[in-house]
Design a binder for this molecule. Structure first.
Ligand code: 4GW
Ligand code: MN
Length: 343
């Protein structure tokens, strides 16, 4: 018998065995098929259930945050602006994470206390020691015409008080606007080596709850509590086309109050230069914007959208009718006695 024939016969003797194994495999697969299929269906049901649950959750979330609203009037209730900047409300962030991220961050707090407004300074600084950026490195930049009258607060470690002399302008409007001029100088010459972020505030205010690193960002502005539910056409933007602060109808997102804003030092430099240039342009024309520096500030923010927006928790006015809007009233506008503060 030739060699190849013998090999064939040897192979043939394996054929029944191979067939048996093959059949067993097929039966096995057939039995398993149902299980595999069932498993797949179960998984599909599992996921579709999960997706449905998530969709429901999101819908509730959207309702809560009004993310799908087209109404400009309630835009501030959102957690995000249409340009995807966070709107900071209590409960939208985890401070322990942010505090770690900012463990080496140096923060400045800029404030003017000129003429009779010196009376607000002590309470302002004492409340800042209690609530402003607690545990972080803070430098207060206080500008006043009465350096000798400043009562220094008891300060925690890592906190510095800088007192600077500033001219006392006769008109209160000029006092308010002077802040922009001073900012153009300090954000260029002194602050870049001293701090990373600058927060600018009015002095006729008191910290009443925590204001921490959650407010830090490249360019940060706060929604004016009085215009929270107003339509943009009712915002008190400057409407005279001749002014550098002019904002035409149809432009603008929020009415921001210049009593609390901030950002990286170079951002505040750019902002203050733009506002100061607008103020000078208007002065040359012998005009003044409706709300002075605040009007120019709002003009700037139409073109340079803030990267973070603070809810009215951060500029709370006890006079607003919607008292429950803010869970935390962190930085509160003081009621002023006009005759007491008029210079
Ligand atoms: C009316 O007589 C005055 S005086 C209006 C502002 C005045 C003023 C303002 C002042 O005499 N001294 C002074 O330092 N300021 C600073 O400008 C201070 O930091 C104050 O918070 C900021 C803006 O003025 P304001 O708080 O009176 O502005 P509103 O009423 O918009 O909060
Ligand atoms: Mn004020």
């Amino acid at each position: 018998m030739p060699e190849n024939w013998r090999n064939m016969l040897r192979f043939k003797s394996f054929i029944p065995g191979i067939l048996v194994v093959g059949i067993l495999c097929m039966v096995g697969l057939w039995v398993q098929k149902e299980n595999v299929f069932k498993y797949k269906i179960e998984k599909m049901i599992d996921w579709s259930k999960k997706v449905a649950e998530k969709a429901k959750e999101l819908e509730q979330c959207e309702k809560k945050l009004l993310l799908n609203t087209v109404e400009k009037k309630s835009m501030g209730l959102n957690a995000l602006t249409p340009w995807l900047a966070p709107i900071v409300w209590d409960g939208t962030y985890d401070l322990s994470i942010l505090d770690k991220q900012h463990s080496n961050t140096r923060i400045g707090l800029f404030v003017f206390a000129v003429k009779k407004y010196i009376r607000f300074l002590q309470q302002f600084l004492e409340s800042a020691e209690r609530y402003f950026m607690v545990g972080h490195k803070v430098t207060y930049y206080v500008f006043t015409d009465k350096v000798d009258e400043v009562v220094k607060p008891k300060m925690a470690d890592g906190r510095i008080l800088q007192l600077h002399n500033v001219v006392a302008d006769q008109r209160w409007q000029d006092v308010s606007m002077r802040r922009m001029e001073v900012l153009t100088v300090f954000t260029k010459e002194h602050m870049p080596n001293e701090i990373d972020y600058l927060v600018c505030a009015d002095v006729d205010m008191v910290f009443n709850d925590s204001v921490g690193v959650e407010i830090l960002g490249d360019l940060v502005a706060t929604i004016h509590p009085g215009f929270f539910f107003s339509e943009p056409q009712h915002f008190t933007y400057e409407r005279k086309p001749i002014s550098a602060a002019y904002i035409p109808d149809g432009e603008g997102d929020f009415y921001y109050m210049a009593a609390l804003y901030g950002g990286k030092v170079d951002e505040i430099y750019r902002l203050s230069v733009a506002c100061q240039n607008g103020i000078i342009e208007d002065k040359k024309k012998n005009i003044e914007a409706l709300w002075q520096d605040e009007s120019h500030f709002n003009r700037y923010l139409v073109d340079n959208k803030p990267t973070k927006v603070l809810s009215p928790e951060y500029l709370w006015d006890t006079n607003v009718p919607y008292k429950d809007l803010a869970k935390k009233k962190r930085f509160v506008i003081l009621k002023k006695n006009k005759t007491e503060i008029r210079n």
